[in-house]
Write a protein that binds this ligand. Structure first.
Ligand code: AMP
Ligand code: FE
Ligand code: FE
Ligand code: ZN
Length: 281
C-alpha cells in the first residue's frame, strides 16, 4: 500500500521527513509522496532517508490556487526549478503578511498570542493556520485544533484573513514546467454536487491537470468510486492519499486515514510512469 498525500514539519505536519519515512516503513507502506504546502524544502531530506530505507519516495508539493479555487498536488517536480522557487517565495511573502494580520485580529478579539509564539510553534519554514490553532490549544482556549478552525480561523470566521494565491493556471503551469504531474487534491471537498466537481475538473484539465485524488480520508467509498469513473471518462489518472499531518490534524493515520483507506501500489507505479512520460515529452 502507498500514501501519496503527506505533510511534514516543513509545512504543517508534526513529523520530519525522516520520521515519515521511518513510520511508512514500520506501517509496511511501499511508497509515500511528501506534499508539503507551498514548499519543496523537505524533499531532499526525504529522498535521502528513503534511499536508506525500503520505502520508495515521490517528491511533491501542494499549492492552494484560485480561479477556480482548489488545492493542486504537484508530483515529480524538480525542487531546484528556478521559476517554481521564485513563485513559492512570492506565496511565502503573502503568507507572512496574512499570518501577521491574523495574529493581530486574534489579539483584538482578546486572545493572548504573538507572532513569535506562532513562528516558534511552526518551527519550519511555513507558518500555517494549524500552528496558530495549536498555540491557542496549548494556552487552554480550546481543546482541539478543529474547534479553533470552527470558531475562529476557518474560512469566513472572525479571525480568518485571506491571502493572495496563485491562479490555477499559474500553479498548474509551474508544476508542469518543473517537470511535474498536476493532480487535483481532495475533489470531494470542492462541492457536495458531483456535477459541479466535474465542471471544475474540466476547467483545470484545460490548464494542464493530469489527475485527481480519488481516494482520500474524507471521501466516502461511493464518492471514491465515482471519482475513479470520472477520471477514466476524462482521460485523467487517479491517485490516493490521507493528508496525514501528524498531530496537527486530528484522527488521521499514515496510509489508512481514519482506518479504512487502502491505496494500492499500482497507483504509485502509474503516477511514476506519467512523471517519466512528461520528462521525455
Ligand atoms: P493555511 O495554508 O495556513 O491557510 O492553512 C490551511 C491548512 O489548515 C490546511 O492545509 C489544513 O492542514 C488545515 N485545516 C484547514 N481546515 C481545517 C480544519 N477544519 N481542521 C483542522 N485543520 C484544518
Ligand atoms: Fe495542511
Ligand atoms: Fe489540501
Ligand atoms: Zn494536504
Amino acid at each position: 500500500m502507498v500514501d501519496l498525500h503527506v505533510h511534514s514539519t516543513h509545512s504543517d505536519g508534526t513529523l520530519t521527513p525522516q520520521q515519515l519515512i521511518d513510520l511508512a516503513s514500520s506501517c509496511g507502506l511501499s511508497c509515500i509522496a511528501l506534499t508539503d504546502h507551498d514548499t519543496v524544502s523537505g524533499l531532499k531530506c526525504a529522498r535521502l532517508s528513503a534511499q536508506l530505507s525500503d520505502v520508495d519516495f515521490i517528491p511533491g508539493l501542494e499549492i492552494s490556487v484560485e480561479r477556480p479555487r482548489a488545492h493542486i498536488l504537484g508530483y515529480g517536480i524538480d525542487p531546484d526549478n528556478t521559476a517554481l522557487q521564485r513563485a513559492l517565495e512570492r506565496v511565502a511573502e503573502s503568507r507572512r503578511e496574512r499570518n501577521l494580520r491574523m495574529v493581530r485580529r486574534l489579539q483584538e478579539l482578546g486572545y493572548s498570542i504573538s507572532l513569535e509564539e506562532a513562528i516558534a510553534q511552526a518551527g519550519g519554514e511555513i507558518l500555517g493556520r494549524p500552528h496558530i490553532a495549536k498555540v491557542l490549544v496549548r494556552k487552554g482556549y480550546f481543546t482541539t485544533i478543529s474547534s479553533v478552525f470552527e470558531s475562529l480561523i476557518g474560512s469566513g470566521r472572525s479571525a480568518y484573513v485571506e491571502r493572495e494565491r496563485l491562479t490555477a493556471r499559474e500553479g498548474i503551469g509551474l508544476i508542469r514546467s518543473a517537470g511535474g504531474v498536476a493532480v487535483l487534491a481532495h475533489p470531494g471537498l470542492l462541492s457536495p454536487d458531483l456535477n459541479e466537481v466535474a465542471a471544475r475538473i474540466e476547467t483545470l484539465r484545460d490548464e494542464g491537470l493530469q489527475g485527481i485524488e480519488a481516494i482520500y480520508t474524507e471521501h466516502s467509498e461511493e464518492l471514491s468510486d465515482r471519482l475513479i469513473d470520472l477520471a477514466c471518462e476524462k482521460g485523467l489518472i487517479w491517485t490516493g492519499g490521507t493528508d496525514f499531518h501528524g498531530d496537527n490534524k486530528d484522527g488521521i493515520r499514515l496510509g489508512i486515514g481514519k482506518g479504512n483507506l487502502a491505496i494500492p501500489d499500482g497507483i504509485a507505479d502509474r503516477l511514476k510512469s506519467l512523471i517519466e512520460l512528461n520528462r521525455h515529452s
